[in-house]
Design a binder for this molecule. Structure first.
Ligand code: SF4
Length: 156
């Protein structure tokens, strides 16, 4: 299996956990789910939640790409995450992005999956149907953009 020690070390340092906690399963989940790095970032200061996210993680839906492909995709996702500097947008921009999402026909109720439940998905429409992200979190991150360009189109 291809190893990615730099990516593992970078992620472990950012999260304040031993490198051994950044398992192949964690990298695979990062590659599979664009929300996962967001969850990790948001839980950096919550050891209990972080432990849940880094623990044994299984997903039964969707096909499973090969390990090399998963690790490559995880590396790209981690690079983007690190390059963002974990920046957050100003409150005004955040509210403007959320307003655009609330008026968007792509906004859906969260699927019944463990991660969404862990993060408190609620009953309303909170997930972008185009990218699968929880817009309440995605909209706060400076590195993120609307896949349909609707944030920009709304003047945010
Ligand atoms: S991120 Fe864009 S496409 Fe997705 S729900 Fe928000 S406005 Fe709609």
């Amino acid at each position: 299996m291809t190893d990615t020690p730099y990516d593992r070390r970078t992620l472990a340092e950012e999260l304040g956990v031993p490198v051994s906690r950044v398992t192949d399963a964690v990298l695979a989940e990062i590659a599979r789910d664009p929300m996962f790095p967001h969850h990790l970032e948001l839980c950096r200061d919550d050891p209990g939640m972080l432990d849940l996210l880094l623990g044994p993680y299984e997903h039964a839906d969707e096909g499973t790409p090969g390990n090399a492909e998963l690790l490559g995709r995880a590396g790209a996702a981690l690079a983007r995450w690190a390059a963002s500097g974990f920046g957050r947008v100003p409150q005004e921009t955040y509210q403007g992005r959320l307003a655009a999402c609330r008026g968007c026909d792509q906004l859906k109720a969260p699927p019944d999956r463990a991660l969404y439940r862990l993060m408190g998905g609620g009953d309303g429409r909170t997930v972008c149907g185009m990218c699968g992200c929880d817009v309440r979190r995605k909209a706060a991150l400076a590195s993120e953009s609307c896949p349909a360009g609707r944030w920009e189109a709304s003047g945010v």
